[in-house]
Ligand binder design. Structure first.
Ligand code: SF4
Length: 412
């Protein structure tokens, strides 16, 4: 268990120093489980079996539980269950109510406040589901939901209507029908396995699904969306990596939000996946008190590259019911993007998107870099605010006038 040095001293270090502190790799340690043997601690089944799932367990391990958290935890099992692996629990700072790890996995009573614009299915998945467990929204790709279980539950989960089954959704995927639907739809070239978390399956069960999908000639590309490397890095065993390696091209999208989640254990687990030839991307959700700060986000993205993971998306938090206390503003997201592009390695800069409420798909959101544009030229600004002109090529015609002869464009 550890906390940032800045918090301990009560002073904010300069941002360069804070960035470096946030990028340090540390182990999650053993915390309360110091008596557990190495073989048990490193066994993913042991971690799952010893998850914290009740208010009483949580209060015993963390007497600093706030009343809002205790009340939220009491109600969680009617909405989205509480579950935290011992490994991940060790990353929580019990002295900090706004600890970015705590904020993501410990329920709060604010989850019971629902605004009129919030939804149970903000991405409209259920209305695009031709077969139970399959979402077909875009012509060439499908979302293949495999389970409603996760190693731990994120309080802002887009699929909280179904994951953990706390609110009685009764999720029953039908693998044979899901696979047959893909077989019959030749336009589907990309299958994303998600849930819940597919890596909670045994190697054998996962291999059954991957082999069935790989046998479909028009499926070019397989993806797995998972938060297991973050919540339960012990699951990334050499045997799992050997299984995944057989089904390339297979990409894995992990989900991590804060640099403190990237421990030495996580770095090693991601290294095993990368060594198995699995290209790794990360999806983050922009969350209040977690990563709505440019220094924290930059440290996180740079640290992901050190773990051989390409930052892929930052999502604006979906309008999931009861998530207002977790949602950061779009304004803060754009400000963070402004402080990334040009200020750090391009590979570290993901695309910031809003999943259009109700099922409109991902819409990229970005600071404005094109200041004006007409048939002759584009006026742009760079990350330092300097303005440049780029002479526009006429369609199919080489540019024959020098930019100076071109009339002033109308500003838009
Ligand atoms: S791991 Fe993913 S599916 Fe599971 S609760 Fe978190 S966001 Fe939802």
């Amino acid at each position: 268990m550890h906390s940032d040095t800045s918090r301990e001293s009560g002073e904010e270090p300069p941002s360069g120093q804070l960035l470096n502190q946030l990028k340090e790799f540390r182990t999650a340690g053993r915390g309360f489980w110091s008596n557990v043997s190495d073989s048990e601690w490193n066994d993913w089944h042991w971690q799952l079996k010893h998850r914290i799932t009740t208010a009483e367990q949580l209060q015993r391990l963390m007497p600093t539980l706030a009343p809002e958290e205790y009340d939220g935890t009491k109600l969680a099992n009617h909405k989205l269950a509480l579950a935290i692996t011992p490994y991940f629990f060790n990353l929580i700072d019990p002295a900090d109510e706004y600890c970015p790890i705590r904020w993501q996995v410990i329920p709060r009573i604010e989850e019971t406040d629902t605004a009129s614009w919030e939804m149970t299915d903000p991405c409209g998945e259920d209305s695009h589901s031709p077969v139970p467990g399959l979402v077909h929204r875009y012509p060439d790709r499908v979302l293949f939901l495999v389970t409603d279980r996760c190693a731990a539950y994120c309080r802002y989960c887009t699929r909280s209507r179904l994951v953990s089954n706390a609110s009685g959704y009764d999720f029953h995927p039908e693998f044979d029908r899901q696979i047959e639907y893909i077989r019959q739809n030749k336009a589907v070239r990309d299958v994303l396995l998600s849930g819940g978390d597919p890596l909670l399956f045994s190697d054998e069960k996962l291999e059954y699904l991957l082999s069935q999908l790989r046998a479909i000639p028009h499926v070019e590309f397989l993806r797995i969306g998972t938060r297991i490397p973050i919540f339960l890095p012990q699951r990334i065993t050499p045997e799992l990596c050997a299984t995944l390696k057989k089904y390339h091209p297979l990409f894995v999208s992990i989900h991590s939000n804060h640099p403190r989640e990237l421990t030495t254990e996580v770095r090693d687990a991601l290294g095993r996946l990368a060594d198995a030839g699995v290209p790794l991307g990360n999806q983050s959700v922009l969350l209040r008190h977690v990563n709505d700060d440019a220094t924290v986000m930059k440290a996180h993205l740079q640290k992901l590259l050190m773990c051989r993971v390409k930052p892929y998306y930052i999502y604006q938090c979906d309008l999931i019911a009861g998530s207002a206390h977790l949602r950061a503003s779009v304004r803060s997201g754009i400000q963070i993007m402004e402080k990334l592009r040009g200020h750090t390695t391009g590979y570290a800069v993901p695309t910031y998107v809003i999943d259009a409420p109700g099922g409109g798909g991902k819409v990229p959101v970005s600071p404005e870099y094109v200041l004006s544009r007409n048939a002759d030229r584009v006026v742009i600004r760079n990350y330092e605010g300097k303005i440049f002109e780029y002479p526009e090529a006429l369609d199919g015609t080489p540019l024959f006038k020098s930019p100076k002869e071109i009339e002033e464009p109308e500003l838009v």
